[in-house]
Design a protein around this ligand. Structure first.
Ligand SMILES: [Zn+2]
Length: 385
């Protein structure tokens, strides 16, 4: 697929469209030219202000804030423009509706006490189910489609939960119920890239290989504790992110760990970072609370057990994080372009330590506060089988 990218200095109708979207979102103030509408779309310029607005948008939405409108940023811009009531909402298998209107709907249903696992802006089967329940409860035809009558009913009712994060409570309640024992739990390990896609490569290291090797080390340790482990790919396969997410959903995994390494033109760049599903900033942000907690545990266990630089945890809306229904984290385990990180990563002993850190983090997700241990001290032999 050829990818169109728009950035500073570009001009033309596509830039005009991007500017219009940013103005509609209230991120870019309307210019005099555009309010006078004397400027033709062909002359629309991607200037400094547009660049700033795009970066701000990307930051708000958990995308990498590089100021370039690539296909991912464009897609998220598209999703952001929908307001609840703008269009009919329904569940279509294989072609899910995604947008801010769906996020608003999910938040509203949650406030009203209906079961939504996560506010993610995706109209999936669970959202359809919640809408049907809602329709039944107000005596409307329960077809799972949100049209004008449903929008009106939603607006009429006052929430029974206010200010709370009902989805967060529900997520932690499920973890609490499942108890601390590891046997029977399902973890999907996702070695990044694979096949023809080798990922980052520098200093004789290939990301696809590192990720697969690390996945095997984690798999062995987790399986020994009784956890059922699945890998999203074979050694030479390279499924896309959506396929990986679907796989995790179909195995009904409790947790997903995606493994990557990073690279940067500047060889000084180094360190480990862990990502979870979410958008940054405002109060009505979307995020997986448990994903955030899991990411924190993974990051802290790795930092405590290795001498990798701590690049912290961050909310992102990458497809795998968003489309998995369970807490999912993505670990970027150091920079192959950094000589120090590269020599660590190539050491099998280091990979074992990282595998152990991740297994311990999985266990800690399920430990109630009174049983939890400080970071860096729990050993494999002490896991609860
Ligand atoms: Zn990668």
């Amino acid at each position: 697929m050829t990818e169109h990218r728009y950035g500073l200095g570009d001009r033309g109708p596509a830039v005009a469209e991007i500017r219009t979207k940013l103005v509609q979102l209230g991120i870019l103030p309307p210019t005099e030219e555009s309010t006078e509408s004397t400027e033709s779309a062909v002359d629309a310029v991607f200037d400094q202000r547009v660049d700033q607005a795009v970066r701000q948008f990307q930051q708000q939405r958990g995308l990498t804030a590089h100021g370039v409108v690539d296909s991912e940023t464009y897609r998220v811009l598209e999703e952001a423009r929908w307001r609840l009531g703008d269009r009919l909402l329904s569940y279509v298998a294989g072609h899910l509706l995604i947008g801010d209107d769906v996020g608003t709907l999910q938040r509203r249903l949650l406030e009203l006490g209906f079961e939504i696992d996560r506010v993610d802006g995706v109209y999936g089967p669970k959202t359809e189910h919640a809408v049907k329940e809602f329709q039944r409860s107000v005596g409307a035809p329960s077809d799972g489609t949100c049209g004008p009558a449903t929008f009106k009913a939603l607006a009429r009712l006052s929430p029974i939960v206010t200010g709370g994060r009902a989805d967060a409570l529900r997520e932690s309640e499920r973890v609490h119920r499942s108890g601390p024992r590891l046997p029977g739990k399902v973890v999907v390990i996702d070695p990044g890239h694979g096949g023809a896609d080798r990922g980052c490569s520098a200093n004789g290291l290939s990301e696809a290989e590192i990720a697969f090797d690390l996945a095997s080390r984690i798999e062995g340790r987790l399986a020994a504790t009784g956890v059922r482990v699945f890998l999203t790919r074979g050694r030479d396969a390279s499924p896309d992110e959506a396929t990986r997410a679907r796989f995790a959903n179909e195995t009904n995994a409790d947790l997903v760990v995606s493994l990557h390494v990073d690279e940067h033109p500047n060889p000084q760049a180094s360190g480990v970072a862990t990502y979870f599903y979410g958008t940054a900033g405002s109060d009505d942000d979307m995020r997986s609370t448990l994903g955030e907690r899991f990411a924190g545990l993974v990051q802290r266990e790795i930092v405590a057990r290795t001498d990798l630089r701590d690049c912290h945890t961050h909310a992102k809306t990458w497809d795998l994080l968003r489309h998995t229904q369970m807490p999912t984290v993505r670990v970027e385990l150091g920079y192959v372009s950094n000589p120090g990180d590269a020599s660590r990563i190539s050491d099998p002993g280091f990979r074992d330590v990282v595998a152990e850190a991740i297994v311990v983090a999985v266990q800690r997700v399920y430990l109630p506060p009174d049983m939890d241990t400080p970071t860096g001290v729990l050993q494999l032999g002490e896991l609860i089988r």
